[in-house]
Design a protein around this ligand. Structure first.
Ligand SMILES: [Zn+2]
Length: 474
């Protein structure tokens, strides 16, 4: 049978079955945008003839990584708000005030490039200018599952004193909801199905109960997920208790929000009982170790959620919080932080971390039929990783195989040499194939310059960060 590409003589991590589905001397056959077959090199070579055969001796072929929660547009202010207590108001806000839709779009492209270069093929992107950002995915060729942020709060929310109840404005909520609907109408299923859309309520504290219900009805109508920050911080819990006399999770349960459609992002402040309730109701948890570690100094209850039978995935969140959007980092963070939290080196093994960015992530975000593992009939989203890089050397296969622990605890992402999405190489020999990386990064740099010039006037003269600048610490 004729196919387009066969990749042979590789270690193949299929991520099928309960473990990682490792195959030594494996091969993958690709036809159009689909995986035609996965098997032993000898068998694949016998059964298929291809226009192109790639000899992947000494390399690993694995599914592309899924970043289940990212705000790519915010990367335009990466790194301006670290190591402080009031991350949002003191750190981010003086800059975010000046970020336009155009800035978001440019920051997003820079951030998507960063992700693709370290093996991310699917981005669950959640941003307030998604209609402007989503063409980036069409252009670069990555897979995306996107949502517009919906809330009912005014743009100057950062100026509202901590502890005061957020004002809700129905017209703001309606405008943002319409943006999400426009996104769904124009992009859900676009680019050969590569781009799909979700509903994106910002958080249970940032909109009325009525609007939350409206969003849920739309998720039913479009048969898609609701992607939402849940119990993301003490500020949210305080707002909920003040407004409804209830914490976020009991409130959401009461209004019927905890179900299979919900992707509950963070659960930072969830109690054990609340965590178990979210799992029991069938909602998925998206865990962002790097971001929540840096912003809040907390390890979210991911282990507890998985123990309760919940479906989970990892996300890198926003660059001004996490600094980097690299799923290799997130795997390592999730594993190590949970080992430390529970003082148990045997818990959270490498293969679990790997599943949380591949097959388990795909299932959690509603793409389990399409991506997340290498299997005939699935979309051809895969990586070729060079095992001869120093960080992955030496390769040992017997009596113990070391590839999976090294991928999780040692790889930086720069070992990824090729990235295929939907049957097309969007990176090859570490060079992006669909966009001019230099041009895109220069455009983002120019946008960041504009924002930082404006932030000169809005940064508080008593800012801790400004003091660090003066002290020569930044
Ligand atoms: Zn987030």
């Amino acid at each position: 049978m004729n196919v387009d590409i066969i990749i042979t003589n590789a270690f193949v991590l299929t991520m099928e079955g309960k473990g990682v589905g490792m195959m030594e001397d494996g091969a993958v056959a690709i036809k159009d945008n689909l995986i035609e077959a996965v098997g032993r090199s000898e068998d694949i070579k016998q059964s298929y003839s291809a226009a192109e055969e790639i000899d992947a001796t000494g390399k690993l072929v694995m599914p592309g990584l899924i970043d289940a929660h990212i705000h790519t547009g915010l990367a335009i202010v990466r790194g301006v708000s670290q190591d402080i207590n009031n991350w949002m108001q003191e750190g981010n806000w003086p800059f975010m005030k000046h970020v336009s839709a155009d800035h978001h779009q440019k920051g997003s492209m820079m951030n998507i490039i960063e992700g693709v270069k370290v093996g991310t093929t699917t981005f669950c992107d959640y941003d307030s200018h998604m209609n402007d950002i989503v063409p980036n995915y069409a252009k670069i060729g990555a897979r995306a599952r996107v949502a517009e942020l919906i809330n009912e709060i005014p743009a100057d929310i950062g100026d509202i004193p901590v502890g005061e109840l957020y004002p809700f404005h129905a017209e703001i909520g309606d405008r943002k909801l319409q943006n999400n609907i426009r996104l769904l109408e124009q992009w859900h299923g676009a680019e050969n199905g590569r781009i799909t859309c979700m509903l994106g309520p910002h958080g249970p504290d940032m909109m009325s109960r009525e609007l939350l219900k409206e969003v849920q009805a739309l998720a039913e109508k479009y048969d898609t997920n609701v992607h939402m920050h849940v119990a993301q911080g003490d500020r949210e819990i305080e707002q909920m208790v003040k407004r409804y006399g209830k914490r976020s999770i009991p409130f959401l349960d009461e209004i019927g929000y905890l179900n299979e459609r919900l992707l509950a992002v963070h659960l930072t402040e969830a109690t054990k009982e609340e965590t178990e309730l979210v799992a029991k109701r069938g909602a998925a948890m998206i865990n962002c170790s790097g971001s929540i570690g840096i912003i809040d100094g907390i390890v979210p209850p991911l282990h507890e959620f998985i123990e309760a039978g919940g479906s989970a995935a990892l996300g890198s969140d926003q660059a001004p919080g996490n600094n980097c959007n690299n799923m290799f980092n997130e795997m390592k963070f999730a594993a190590i932080l949970n080992k430390v939290k529970h003082t148990d080196p045997a818990m959270f093994p490498a293969h679990l971390a790997l599943r949380l960015v591949t097959i388990d992530a795909a299932e959690a975000v509603g793409l389990g039929e399409e991506v997340g593992s290498l299997k005939a009939g699935k979309k051809a989203d895969l990586l070729i990783v060079d095992l001869a890089e120093p960080s992955l050397s030496p390769v040992i296969t017997s009596p113990i195989r070391n590839i999976v622990p090294n991928l999780v605890y040692s790889a930086k992402g720069s070992e990824v040499e090729a990235v295929m999405v939907d049957g097309q190489f969007i990176m090859r020999e570490r060079r992006l194939q669909t966009v001019d990386e230099t041009n895109e990064l220069q455009a983002a740099q120019a946008a960041a310059r504009e924002i930082s010039q404006s932030a000169e006037c809005t940064i508080h003269p008593e800012s801790v960060l400004l003091k660090r600048m003066e002290a020569g610490e930044l």
